[in-house]
Design a protein around this ligand. Structure first.
Ligand SMILES: Cc1cc2nc3c(=O)[nH]c(=O)nc-3n(C[C@H](O)[C@H](O)[C@H](O)COP(=O)(O)OP(=O)(O)OC[C@H]3O[C@@H](n4cnc5c(N)ncnc54)[C@H](O)[C@@H]3O)c2cc1C
Length: 401
């Protein structure tokens, strides 16, 4: 087994790292204070980052998942908020459109999205439906004149306060008096957030990721064209689950970027800070904290790269034969997210500890990493939901053996 990066990937890594050092790192604190802005997204667009996973036919890079997770972990290293807002736009909103959209939808939306000129979001969660996606209540139905009516609300949506478009998961029925139940009928619709009847709540105040705006969306009998349905009515649950697989892969990349930042910040601090007449890195308990961060980082990076590579090999298929067994790739993405989010949270805790009181101060990056990381155990499905997915796949395997 050779896990060495090929020359092309190594060069890409260097170029994108340089871009992030020059364009993202210097403004990360500004983003924390004032929020992600269009200029940063446009720079990410120009650098090719937003289009990495989009096909070349739409102006994207047609890159591999391996290339994408590498770039994502580099961006996350420098700024979690920029990582999340760009991911919600080009990934959560953009990828389902690139994969399931009509030619007209792709041509209308993808080029501006991956240039960073327009911003998107994926709106699934509602105030009473988070983990239980199939219980959402937002509804969409034909009004009899060739249009659809969208009614309901969404909460905790990344980019809601700044987005131009949302991909909204809604319950489709021909007769509004007879709504569908469960996962059947769920449908993704593309909504212009500047349309009449759409309202946004104020950005929510959060524990972390303060530069990535999160908010509510309200749809008060919004009239949308039937051509805004993604693929077909009833396909929304399957499409959303696929989007979550990609999100979980990308969350693994986020965690790896954060762990690398924890290691670099802590190593640097431990080398320069002295106590009891010697650099703190020479106290065994501090050196052990660095060892714990490093070990979690290496294990996570390996799982991330292998999972991305498996996604590339599977080429969209839900399973792949690997080392003599049939792997369920959704379960693998859940394993990646479950493990890396726990490790990354532990690493941010260790990094703050290495810094002592300084780690509690906003001027040190580890303080931001610590506040930001908690989302990895919640967003894109909580750790408990990841365990359910993994356990379900394992029990099916047990029945087959
Ligand atoms: C910063 C941020 C950004 C977000 N961005 C988006 C976005 O862009 N788009 C979007 O649609 N959503 C977004 N979300 C919402 C996010 O996906 C949900 O918060 C998440 O899925 C959990 O749902 P919930 O908050 O309703 O928690 P709940 O579902 O109410 O869960 C509460 C607790 O109960 C546990 N639990 C629930 N059901 C079970 C079960 N069956 N078995 C065991 N334990 C269970 C959970 O694990 C959790 O510990 C965002 C959230 C945050 C915080």
């Amino acid at each position: 087994m050779d896990l060495t990066l090929d020359k092309e990937l190594e060069e890409f890594q260097q170029v994108f790292s340089r871009f992030c050092q020059e364009e993202i790192a210097p403004v990360a604190e500004q983003v924390e204070a004032n929020g992600v802005n269009g200029t940063i997204l446009e720079k990410l667009g120009k650098a090719g980052y937003l289009g990495l996973l989009h096909p070349e036919s739409q102006g994207g890079q047609g890159a591999s998942f391996l290339t994408a997770v590498m770039a994502q972990s580099i961006l996350a290293y420098h700024c979690g908020s920029t990582f999340f807002s760009s991911g919600a736009s080009a990934g959560l909103f953009g990828l389902p459109i690139s994969h399931y959209g009509s030619d007209e939808q792709k041509a209308r939306l993808i080029p501006e999205l991956i240039a960073g000129a327009k911003i998107g979001c994926l709106a699934v969660t509602e105030s009473s439906s988070g983990s239980d996606v199939a219980s959402i209540q937002t509804s969409v139905y034909p009004d009899g004149s060739g249009k659809l009516i969208l009614k309901g609300s969404k909460s905790y949506i990344t980019n809601a306060p700044i987005a131009d478009y949302a991909l909204v998961l809604a319950r489709y029925s021909r007769d509004p008096g007879k709504p569908s139940t469960g996962a059947s009928g769920l449908t993704l619709v593309i909504v212009d957030l500047h349309a009449d009847g759409v309202q946004r709540g104020a950005p929510l105040r959060k524990m972390g990721l303060r530069g990535s705006p999160t908010g509510e969306l309200y749809f008060d009998d919004v009239s949308i064209a039937e051509s805004c349905i993604l693929e077909k009515p009833g396909a929304g649950f399957r499409q959303t689950m696929k989007a979550f697989d990609w999100e979980r892969l990308s969350m693994g990349a986020y965690c790896v970027g954060v762990m690398q930042a924890c290691l670099d910040e802590s190593r640097n601090f431990a080398r320069n800070r002295k106590s009891f007449g010697k650099m703190i890195a020479k106290h065994q308990s501090v050196a052990f904290m660095l060892a714990d961060i490093k070990t979690r980082l290496e294990a996570s990076r390996l799982l991330l790269f292998e999972t991305a590579w498996l996604f590339d090999q599977a080429d969209g298929a839900p399973r792949i034969e690997h080392n003599g067994e049939s792997l369920d790739l959704s379960a693998r993405a859940s394993e990646l997210k479950l493990m890396t989010s726990q490790y990354a949270r532990e690493c941010t805790n260790l990094a703050v500890q290495v810094h002592g009181g300084a780690g509690y101060m906003d001027e040190y990056k580890v303080s931001r990493l610590y506040r930001d990381i908690k989302i990895a155990e919640i967003g894109g499905g909580t750790s408990e939901i990841q365990k359910q997915i993994i356990a379900r796949a394992e029990s099916k395997r047990a029945l087959r053996i």
